[in-house]
Design a protein around this ligand. Structure first.
Ligand SMILES: [Zn+2]
Length: 366
């Protein structure tokens, strides 16, 4: 039986709780999921649902799926460095968020929930709007008024209710937290079902590499849900004896908004809120990640680090990937800039995976 457990005080909550965090303020993690077992994979299951034995809400996957997961892993050459690109921007709504959303919405079906609220800077909102439309769940989204017009249009076209909120990203979050008093809060960064879905990124990478773990995993970090979900997946694979070692996790942040780097570079074990500058990498412009302590713990445990990239480097990264035929949004392009900066860390012959999280078509400003 799955339950939610507070990551701060360890208190247990039933899976159908309407609380989005513990009374103590701590974030929830999911406990009681089945252990990973290669023999339980369904090769005929579409997308990430080949791993449905290990996913919550799996009785409802067929009503929810848009074909998310099992994105290609493509070997490219980046500055002479062989790098495997995990093509998450090919997901149904153009970003990796669909992994977590599909599993969350499958769980909503199981819990009989027909209306939700959420706040997002764009990709998570578009994803939830699409899966809400697919599954017949009403979605109200609080978005920063300054979000990319292309992203706002994408959210609106799925039929979600859009509530623009003036001010920084954190104001949209506050509005959603207030709405959560009366409506289920399907938060992509608080909701543990979302994290459970993101574990499948690790399962796929390892399976696509022939059941090997990469040496380095490089990914953009805002709230860091993808990093935390993937880490949990890799830990499960190691516990199951499928891989012998975890990859080193490299969290890439925009220099203009780098709270995790600020904490990491001072060897702190909590991430404090910062005053963010502006960055083209809007998807990771998060001033106060809600699972900061967990992020720092993963970086430490895996022997990884935080890499910051400035605006020029991000634009360089976007162009460098485009010249390989990969058109990703600036938020995703930070990983290419990071590969260039890590040239002394990544040795020739190392197995390196970068996660290309979102489509370049989303960042068009018209
Ligand atoms: Zn607690």
């Amino acid at each position: 039986m799955i339950q939610l457990r507070c990551s701060t005080c360890q208190q247990l909550y039933p899976a159908d709780t309407r609380a989005f965090r513990c009374n103590c303020g701590g974030t929830f993690e999911l406990v009681g999921l089945p252990a990973f077992d290669r023999r339980a994979i369904d090769p005929a299951g579409p997308g990430l649902w080949r791993y449905r034995q290990f996913l919550p809400g799996n009785r409802h996957w067929a009503e929810v799926t848009l074909g998310e997961g099992w994105t290609p892993l493509v070997l490219t050459d980046l500055l002479g460095q062989a790098v495997h690109c995990k093509m998450e921007f090919l997901s149904p709504t153009g970003s990796f968020k669909d992994r977590g959303t599909a599993v969350t919405v499958a769980m909503l079906k199981e819990l009989g929930i027909d209306a939700v609220v959420e706040d997002s800077s764009g990709n998570a909102a578009a994803s939830l709007a699409a899966y809400g439309a697919r599954a017949g769940i009403r979605v109200r989204l609080y978005v920063p008024a300054h979000a990319s017009p292309a992203k706002l249009r994408q959210i609106a076209v799925y039929g979600a209710e859009l509530v623009p909120v003036d001010g920084p990203r954190s104001q949209a979050a506050l509005a959603a937290w207030q709405a959560a008093a009366t409506t289920y809060y399907a938060s992509h960064y608080f909701n543990p079902f979302n994290l459970a879905g993101l574990r499948t990124l690790a399962f796929e990478i390892v399976e696509q590499l022939g059941w090997r773990s990469p040496d380095h995993l490089i990914l953009p970090v805002g709230h860091g849900t993808l990093l935390l979900g993937a880490y949990q997946g890799f830990v499960e694979l190691r516990q199951a004896g499928v891989i012998e070692h975890l990859p080193r996790f490299f969290a890439v942040q925009a220099l203009a908004c780098a709270p995790v780097f600020a904490a990491w570079s001072r060897a702190l074990d909590q991430v404090a809120e910062i005053t963010p500058g502006t960055t083209v990498a809007e998807g990771i412009a998060i001033a106060a990640p809600v699972r900061g302590a967990a992020l720092l713990a993963v970086l430490r445990a895996s022997g990884g680090m935080v890499v910051t990239v400035d605006e020029d480097e991000i634009r360089w990264g976007q162009a460098a990937l485009a010249r390989q035929g990969l058109y990703v949004e600036p938020t995703s392009a930070v990983v290419a800039a990071a590969v260039r900066k890590l040239d002394r860390v990544i040795a020739p012959g190392d197995l390196t995976v970068v996660v290309l999280t979102g489509s370049g078509l989303k960042s068009e400003r018209v």
